[in-house]
Design a protein around this ligand. Structure first.
Ligand SMILES: Cc1cc2nc3c(=O)[nH]c(=O)nc-3n(C[C@H](O)[C@H](O)[C@H](O)COP(=O)(O)O)c2cc1C
Length: 208
């Protein structure tokens, strides 16, 4: 009997660990009532957020809109130079920081730390936002680097950032693209090297 309890406990502990290391997202709805032109009309930077959680369904929809797969050949909602797909998206939540893996629709644990205040970097009340997205251009994914590689990375980051801005409007969420953040801490915690440019972050939540 004791052995069964031990085995059951081990099984429960294993499932807890895997739940933390990888979060399966609900399938993205890929739909919203708001038209693109209404979203364009409403898009505006918001810097005051309620602390209310963002539902996982809305997060899944937002991540798919940002840089999800929209074609059978694996191409993305955002264009990338030579289809390099070098943009990596990290999701900072209260229980850790995750990387969005579009092909599996999962969040993989990148750091078990809550890095949201490191992203907020003391700017006003932005740290109230329940979610922060980090956009990284992984320039090491380019087969050959040239004088314009970093520019391509920055341009591709911009498409993803704008997708996030518009999708937030469509989903009733708010955001602001931000260059301000504690680069040093974030790069260290997420094991980002010289080839990975941490370019922009987006607090995401409900407008206060
Ligand atoms: C590349 C870039 C960096 C930005 N960095 C910050 C920032 O660190 N903090 C901030 O509050 N807003 C930041 N913003 C938002 C701009 O201040 C904002 O877009 C601008 O004031 C225009 O306002 P709007 O977005 O409401 O049209 C940034 C925007 C861009 C495009």
């Amino acid at each position: 009997m004791k052995k069964i309890y031990v085995l059951l406990l081990a099984a429960v502990m294993c499932s807890c660990v895997s739940a933390q290391t990888s979060i399966k997202l609900p399938a993205p709805a890929k739909d919203a009532d708001m038209t693109l032109f209404k979203a364009l009309q409403q898009r505006a930077s918001v810097r005051e957020f309620k602390t209310d959680e963002v539902p996982m369904q809305a997060l899944s929809d937002l991540l798919w809109a940002a840089v999800g797969i929209n074609r059978e050949d694996g191409r993305l909602t955002a264009p990338t130079a030579m289809n390099t797909q070098e943009i990596r998206l990290f999701v900072c939540l209260g229980n850790g920081t995750y990387e969005y893996v579009a092909k599996d629709n999962v969040l993989n644990l990148a750091s078990s730390k809550d890095l949201r205040q490191d992203v907020a970097a003391g700017q006003g009340n932005i740290g109230d936002a329940p979610v922060f997205l980090l956009i990284v251009a992984d320039l090491d994914r380019y087969q050959r680097k040239g004088p314009r590689t970093a520019t391509f990375g920055a341009i591709d980051c911009g498409y993803v950032s704008q997708n996030i801005c518009l999708a937030c409007e469509a989903l009733g969420l708010s955001t602001v693209p931000r260059a301000m953040m504690d680069q040093e801490t974030l790069k260290k915690e997420l094991s980002l090297g010289e080839g990975q440019e941490l370019l922009i972050n987006h607090p995401v939540g409900y407008r206060k």
